[in-house]
Write a protein that binds this ligand. Sequence first.
Ligand code: NAD
Ligand code: DO4
Length: 488
Amino acid sequence: MSVHTQAQTYQNYIGGEWRPSASNQVEASINPANRHEVVGYVQKSSAEDLNQAVEAARSAQTAWRKLSGPARGEYLYRLADVLERHLDDIAATMTREMGKTLPEAKGETARGVAILRYYAGEGMRKIGDVIPSTDSEGLMFTSRVPLGVVGVITPWNFPVAIPIWKIAPAIVYGNTVVFKPAQETAVTAAKLMECVDEAGLPPGVVNMVTGAGSVIGQGIVDHPGIAAVTFTGSDQVGKQVGLGALARGAKYQLEMGGKNPVIVAADADLDLAVEATVSGGLRSTGQKCTATSRVIVQSAVYDVFKQKLLERVAALKVGDGLAPDTWMGPCASERQMQTVLGYIQKGLEEGAVLLCGGKRVTAPGLEHGFYVEPTVFENVTPDMTIAREEIFGPVLALIKVDTLQEALQVANDSRFGLSASIFTRDIGNMLAFIRDMDAGMVRINAESAGVELQAPFGGMKQSSSHSREQGQAAIEFFTAIKTVFVKG
Ligand SMILES: NC(=O)c1ccc[n+]([C@@H]2O[C@H](COP(=O)([O-])OP(=O)(O)OC[C@H]3O[C@@H](n4cnc5c(N)ncnc54)[C@H](O)[C@@H]3O)[C@@H](O)[C@H]2O)c1
Ligand SMILES: O=CCCC(=O)C(=O)O
């Protein structure tokens, strides 16, 4: 039985108007806490809808580009204020649509507001440098110019923060946008577009088309009217996006997976390390690209750390993210839950020892949701699948090592390099970790997750296309440099 009497249908947002898809097809976005609850219906769009969105973005480009940076920034301030007014509704929608707890959803939406204000201010900052010319009568300088229409492709795990940390810099630097959210969180995305509309952004500056990744996502990658593509999502799809964009000479930026380690050194504050491992690994049900998944512990403190960790994990309350006492919600979709359960099974088959969890939760009241118990494995070796592949679920793998050197070697034994933490009181250990850990974010005595909007964010190795998002680093992707020489 489906509960969808109240469910609204959300349309594409193109050229400042709400439009149904050309095919008139919609699909249900369901609540992962209760598969029978429909959060809303969203458009299953086609190439025709994408073409309309690109056309709207192209038409809006010249006027938008010609506005001053501060004037564009003013629109972002307005959008921030509107989003702030709708924070509670958008956060509740996010929880119902992808499962993270309401406090986390509120925190993420507030972060979206802060990102908008940060980039609004960016409209006032410098967009070039004066460079001494060898010609004493010449003036040489650089100016940052927009790229044109930017395609924004996003995942479901941060359905407000990630779209905003791409769209805000894109538009403040003078680009216009075609946004394709993950279909799993398209209602939340539509609510974000309602804010764009209410804030009065000129029609066509931000457009949204929902639909399948293979149709709309791939369509953005292949579209000749789109100058650049910024993508966040899985490693597998990201590589396809990069290849497609490269093939037609479009600029691209990929932020992909992680297999983030935490090292617990023999001299660590173990209570702090346990708290950070639980928070970094299991909040948002482990569905953060920065989530801790490998816990590398020195043998001298292994048993004590393990005991404390298991006690803490046993106390976590799993449930509907809207319930005030819930600490961890469901996986975001049935597909994600099956993927996580598949990895747990693989861990068992390959000889890892299950210390707790490992099963779907079907307790009364939760049986219609996609819940997985918080899970901890030990006797994990670096060659096991659960130590190598991104699980994107509430699963921690304990790996015992003797020395810090061995810990670093195991931590670096991954094709990913997004985030990494160490818990230690020793300055030598800290410096060795900062120097030798191959990750875009290295964190000392702090959990692996948690990104600050004013700092560059991105990974090394196969976690990214080696660019950085957020903070002032965003200007590198969303603009091109024009070098100007003037002589009177
Ligand atoms: N590094 C980061 O900043 C970061 C942040 C969040 C999530 N992630 C990663 O995202 C993944 C989880 O998100 P997901 O399951 O939504 O990822 P996904 O790769 O399945 O989908 C991401 C987006 O790409 C679209 N897409 C699918 N096929 C496409 C194609 N052929 N061409 C273009 N677009 C296509 C999807 O519809 C979605 O909008 C995890 O791997 C996680 O690590 C990375
Ligand atoms: O999922 C990727 C983004 C991670 C993030 O924003 C965080 O850790 O806070």
